[in-house]
Design a protein around this ligand. Sequence first.
Ligand code: NAP
Ligand code: MG
Length: 498
Amino acid sequence: MATPSTVSLITPTGLSYQQPTGLFINNQFVGGLNGRTIDVINPATEEKICSVSEARENDVDRAVAAARKALNGPWKLATPTERSQYLYKLVTLMEESLEKLAAVESMDNGKPINSARGDIGEAIGCLRYYAGWADKIEGRVIDTSPQHFNYTRREPIGVCGQIIPWNFPLMMWAWKIGPAIACGNTVVIKTAEMTPLSALVAAELIMQAGFPPGVINIITGYGDIAGSALSRHMDVDKVAFTGSTAVGRKILKDAANSNLKKVTLELGGKSPNIVFNDANLDQAVRWIHNGVFSNMGQNCCAGSRIYVQSGIYDVFVQKLKEHVQQLVIGPPEDEKTTHGAQVSKTQLERILGYVESGKKAGARVETGGKRVDRPGCFMEPTIFSGVSSDMEIVREEIFGPVGVIAKFETVDEIVEASNDTTYGLASGIHTENLKTAIEMANKIKAGTVWVNQYNGVHWQLPFGGFKQSGIGRELGEEALFNYTQTKTVSVNLGIPVV
Ligand code: NAP
Ligand code: MG
């Protein structure tokens, strides 16, 4: 039966369901204490879908208190095997709800339904991976002398505040809660104001999976209010953030000015994607295309700085343009659509602003460059050539379907150009020459180097940024080190004090 904090909706794919709209605290959906709400918009139609509760500081306090109580109560008593079982149960329930979660994600974010299905699959894969880790988090025995017994314990950090963006809403949610829960922490996670719906649907599954109340709390709210309250909170032990570098900087300051909570940051990028003369041309064109246009370019690791070696430059540009024409721009619910809406009008306008800036600076539009002539926030896939390294469109993260393409001659030149950025999240190299690939991989300053592929993010592989693209790593075993703290225990077996 519908509760007061639930609305009946029909997704554009034709699925009827009950959408929770409250804050998820202590396994209950509750309204915000101040009674305010946030309108949720479908960017493909620019129509309102529903409203969700807006968490203010006092709601953040409630959620943190719930997480603290769970941490000191039932969650402390849960065995690693039990933590694993809760996560596996959640995985099963998410698999059963995959179509619903994908339909909601596509409606809320504007991404094609097929991409949304892929994202939910990724979220499930990530949670399954961390379910497997929960009972394999171990300390060590370290021998210093026959008179001592030393060992380390990997203890949870405590209450984790987690703040996520709108580009992969449920996937980012899974990246955050998976390792945190596997390690025995409790969480308060804030969704992006533009895409709160899928996490609230998943909240119902958390309840069904039997997690004790307060272990996972989900709040919807604005970044500068609820997000900032989390990062300033004196009873939050760690904050994990994914989003822009500008906000990451604020979070680090908030942590420093409050209780020096641990901080991990996954931030922006302006990643180079490099094609050598000897690359498999057809494959390289496809990977470059995928690198810059996947998820309508709203991808932190987007390979948006494309560099092509001079011997194949002209033919490459031509082939890339032909490939771009094959993108099917259309309603996200249409199975054939491969290029959906940008997340919001604000983002669309921001992207168009960059396109103007590129034109003004003298760059040439090879393809695209305009808003698509149809209702909704649709942007043409766009490629600029004739760019120079000082242009805004080459230096700044556009977070839309806009790539810049430039020519290069030598390895030394391309290493320098690739690293001429404050970012260092990802990179791509396309060559059939193993020596070139390895040399480039060693010299590029980025957290991920993809060779003859792009966007190959996998839950088993650590992901994160060099330079101003972040602090710490998510995914893989490495994420577990960011959600545990090592305690060293040293036992004296009989040496008297001198
Ligand atoms: P954003 O403005 O940085 O927002 C990210 C999250 O932070 C949202 O939940 C936002 O809330 C919240 N926030 C905003 N101001 C805050 C504050 N003062 N204190 C605490 N939280 C605050 O980024 P976005 O526009 O959503 O996403 C795009 C950016 O994220 C891009 O720069 C992209 O590169 C980056 N990104 C990075 C990765 C990665 O893994 N490295 C992944 C995805 C995206 P609101 O929703 O209310 O604004
Ligand atoms: Mg939306």
